[in-house]
Design a protein around this ligand. Structure first.
Ligand SMILES: [Zn+2]
Length: 193
């Protein structure tokens, strides 16, 4: 899987939500890509953040942030892999405390007041506050059963399950099709993978 497929986004026309940015960061490690780790430099991430409607998050990042971003990525992956909400809380709560992810009322340029986490933070610090906070809000509302890891081996990308019956298994339509093609070949040629 490459880039930021449209089926990661609830609304491809709008800037990505912070939950979707968490997906983006976790999926920067993608076993179907070569190299699998696209955080060996900042190019892919800054391009993807800007493409997802968040150039202001991309601009302040520097190469010195890469170890922090990889640590945040590893921690957030554990939330998608968590089997229950408690396991997710054990990962997210320390991240929230460490990043001082406090919601504050902020007045925007349009004069509207909104509740914002990570106000005044930028770069990696903003991501460290905002992404765990968004995932925590998601888990509180929907539970970890709505977060998952792609079942189309060897892909280990993560997804948000927005299906009505919580039946999503794959990160994107490409992996879904790949899986379906393999099952089809197996049916046609018993004994072959
Ligand atoms: Zn996949």
């Amino acid at each position: 899987m490459t880039g930021f497929p449209a089926d990661w986004l609830a609304d491809p026309a709008a800037p990505a939500t912070d939950v979707e940015l968490a997906l983006l960061l976790v999926n920067s490690h993608d076993l179907l890509e070569d190299p699998a780790d696209r955080l060996h430099d900042l190019r892919w991430l800054t391009h993807a953040l800007a493409g997802a409607g968040h150039p202001h998050l991309a601009d302040p990042l520097t190469a010195r942030d890469l170890p922090r971003l990889r640590r945040l990525r590893d921690a957030l992956r554990q939330v998608f892999e968590a089997t229950d909400d408690e396991e997710a809380a054990a990962v997210l709560n320390p991240l929230l405390q460490k990043a001082r992810a406090v919601p504050l009322l902020v007045r925007g340029p349009d004069g509207a007041t909104s509740l914002v986490v990570g106000a005044g933070l930028s770069g990696a610090a903003a991501l460290e506050a905002r992404l765990p906070s968004a995932l925590a809000g998601f888990v509180a509302e929907h539970g970890v059963r709505r977060l998952g890891v792609c079942g189309s081996d060897p892909c280990r990308c993560v997804y948000v399950d927005r299906t009505r019956a919580a039946t999503r298994k794959y990160c994107c339509s490409y992996c879904n099709d790949r899986r379906a093609a393999r099952a089809y070949r197996r049916r046609r040629s018993p004994g072959l993978a």
